[in-house]
Design a protein around this ligand. Structure first.
Ligand code: DX5
Ligand code: ZN
Length: 223
């Protein structure tokens, strides 16, 4: 699977978001990671479907990867599908019926995914894996950008890689939290193919340089 670099707009300058998104795309980003926090499932409040719709209206054509950190999820799934989301992922603990929520995402024409927080076991995937286009492993606790990568995530990524390889289907393995130029190679080596980075990209002076360095580190990890 072609590696994807997914800048998280949580660390972008919201006063000029459209421009920031175009800049990371011109700098080589593959997809845009869109963090939705409700001050209930996680202790922070961010952006909703209107902002996704505005990015589409501004001319952003790249895939938008909506990471729901909200509870519940179903009404927002509908709103984000209408707002132009490409991927919609949610935390299984946040839906009373995760199987139904995943089916809803697919019915609405989007790609579906589950997100596992550091304390959430892979066993949540057991009866749901066939419904998934993506699994997102969180390598920090959800809620904030700029936290440090939790090292035990590497083992979890390796185990998930083995599980996905067993299904023989094209499920993306995304990693989110504390991803930097200096650890992205080992994350790729462990089996990730989609790399979310917020502060490492938007906090850098040169988005092109950072994304290019990340891409070559990913290649190194895959050698
Ligand atoms: C955290 C979010 C992440 C966050 C990552 O809850 O899901 O997407 O933006 O930020 P960094 O890359 O700074 O850890
Ligand atoms: Zn995220």
């Amino acid at each position: 699977m072609q590696p994807f670099i997914a800048p998280s707009i949580l660390s972008a300058n919201f006063a000029c978001l459209g421009e920031e998104v175009n800049n990371v795309l011109e700098a080589g980003a593959d997809i845009i990671h869109f963090d939705v926090m409700d001050n209930h499932f996680v202790p922070n409040l961010t952006i909703g479907p209107l902002v996704c719709e505005s990015l589409r209206a501004y001319g952003v054509n790249a895939p938008i990867d909506v990471h729901l950190m909200t509870e519940p999820v179903d009404s927002l799934i509908k709103d984000f599908a209408n707002a132009g989301a490409t991927y919609i992922t949610f935390h299984p603990e946040a839906s009373k019926h995760p199987h139904r929520s995943l089916a809803l995402i697919k019915e609405l024409g989007c790609q579906s995914g589950l997100v596992l927080s550091p304390g959430t076991p892979l066993s949540y995937l057991e009866h749901l894996i066939d419904e998934l286009d993506m699994v997102l492993i969180m390598s920090v606790n959800p809620g904030f950008g700029g936290q440090s990568f939790i090292e035990s995530s590497i083992q979890k990524i390796k185990s998930l890689r083995a599980l996905i390889d067993n299904t023989k289907s094209d499920i993306r393995l995304e990693v989110d939290g504390g991803v930097k130029i200096d650890n992205i190679s080992k994350i790729a080596k462990a089996g990730a193919d989609t790399f979310v980075a917020g502060s490492a990209i938007f906090g850098s002076d040169d988005y092109f340089k950072t994304i290019t360095a990340m891409r070559s580190q990913i290649e190194l990890g895959l050698k």
